[in-house]
Write a protein of this length. Structure first.
Length: 451
């Protein structure tokens, strides 16, 4: 990184950033309160609020959102007449999955092979620290030239929409000229990337019932309708033989015209086993960023250990559908529900319930804020030109902000590059990426103020 005062300040603050990230990672802030104590999320929210107060933020508040979680808000006033920039991150995290599969404890930040490991290190507690680093670097080098609002969400990973509903009920709160969503990531380590599009998401729970109760498979199997077998057939119907998503009435021929994603690189990033093929057709970028994709997230059925010889009376599953920009998530959800119901065999009773959704998003990459970010990233990543990529994941708040503030410019950056393995075991963050992106964000704020 070329030497400049902001970069030097960020580098000097990195040990403090690591210590703070360790404190934040230690909170088991999974916003599924059936699995994890709500108090852990509340402690994480308190930590973020305290950090904002320490940086001089005003009006710091824990916002009780309609889904029963808390988002943290604060405002740092800039010079009179300055532009306003909203910085977003979320402090809630995914469950650690199988803790025994982690090399080191998931809620204990651990340095290994040049990376920092822990649940939320990249997604997105690291984003909170990135924002703090950028602001501290500016304060140490002449001050923050814009008014900064920070919002740290408490339930992004659950998709329950608490912050979106709160923002709609308080439309002035998050108003800004530009928004930096710190919850995506570079295409690869060292390649500065802004995310130009996000797929939307629909979550549907499907339940199949066939019998009044389980039956002995020896006595009744072969004629009694098996709910689990029916569910398996229903779930299989949403994919073609090559693995492409095939939902009745839902278009799936989109093309991606931006940054390419070579098959070999994707196989390495996804850690696909030797000899196992990729699914779907078209380019990898088409499949990830321009087309719908269905995933079965979980099935309620007897575990193998302890299973009895029974025909199952009931079974259910949670199905996720990602939809690209240009597709309405509400309509896609209706099509998914209709498809599941239409393809249930044997006259089995089927119920579908939509439990979460978020619209897809496409950014205006020609706006002044993107030019300011490109100039900032050229300094933070010498010799590299800022790239534009899609993201298969969803950040529902983006569309809410775009609807509330149609003139605001929305940029998406972050620490979740492929090696971070977000949502998987052994999630980690690259400290070099944290350093570079904090520098880029600080320089962006300066560039944007001067533009």
């Amino acid at each position: 990184m070329s030497s400049n005062p902001v970069a030097e300040t960020v580098a000097s603050l990195l040990p403090r950033a690591k210590a703070e990230l360790a404190e934040l990672v230690a909170f088991k802030s999974v916003a599924d309160f059936d699995q994890f104590p709500k108090s852990e999320s509340e402690k994480a929210a308190d930590w973020v609020a305290g950090a904002l107060r320490a940086e001089g933020f005003q009006d710091v508040a824990l916002l009780d959102t309609p889904d029963g979680t808390q988002s943290v808000y604060g405002c740092l006033p800039g010079p009179e007449g300055a532009k306003t920039v909203l910085l977003y991150a979320h402090y809630d995290v995914q469950p650690p999955l199988d803790e025994s599969a982690w090399t080191t404890p998931p809620f204990e930040l651990t340095e290994r092979d040049g990376r920092w490991y822990g649940r939320g290190a990249a997604d997105c507690k690291g984003g909170v620290i990135m924002h703090l680093l950028a602001l501290r670097a500016l304060r140490a080098n002449g001050g923050v030239p814009v008014t900064v609002k920070v919002i740290a969400e408490g339930s992004e990973e659950q998709g329950t929409g608490g912050l979106e509903r709160y923002a709609e009920q308080h439309p002035d709160l998050l108003a800004a000229d530009a928004v930096v969503i710190g919850d995506t990531g570079n295409f690869r380590v060292g390649l500065p990337t802004v995310t130009a599009s996000l797929r939307g998401m629909v979550l549907v729970r499907v339940q199949v019932d066939t019998l009044a109760g389980n039956l002995h498979s020896g006595q009744f199997g072969g004629a009694a309708p098996d709910a689990l077998a029916a569910l398996i057939r229903v779930l299989d119907s949403v994919r073609a033989a090559d693995g492409s998503t095939t939902i009745d009435g839902l278009a799936s021929e989109g093309r991606w015209d931006g940054l390419a994603y070579p098959d070999g690189q994707f196989r390495a990033d996804a850690k696909v086993l030797e000899g196992v093929g990729l699914i779907g057709e078209g380019t990898v970028a088409d499949r990830l960023w321009a087309r719908p994709a269905v995933t079965v997230l979980g099935i309620d059925c007897p575990p193998v250990v302890g299973a009895t010889p029974s025909v199952q009376a009931s079974a259910r599953a949670l199905v996720s559908l990602r939809v690209p920009p240009g597709v309405d998530a509400v309509e896609a959800g209706k099509l998914l529900q209709a498809h599941l119901e239409a393809h249930t065999p044997w006259g089995a009773r089927v119920q579908t319930e939509r439990i979460g959704q978020g619209q897809p998003f496409r950014a205006d990459t020609e706006s002044p804020a993107y030019r300011a970010m490109a100039d900032a990233m050229a300094v933070a990543y010498p010799g590299q030109e800022m790239q534009y990529a899609g993201q298969g994941g969803s950040i529902p708040l983006c569309n809410t902000l775009a609807q509330l503030y149609p003139e605001a410019e929305i940029l998406l950056i972050g620490l979740s590059e492929p090696e971070a393995q977000i949502h998987a075991v052994n999630e980690s963050v690259s400290p070099e990426e944290l350093e570079r992106l904090a520098v880029a964000e600080a320089l962006f704020l300066g560039n944007y103020a001067a533009g």
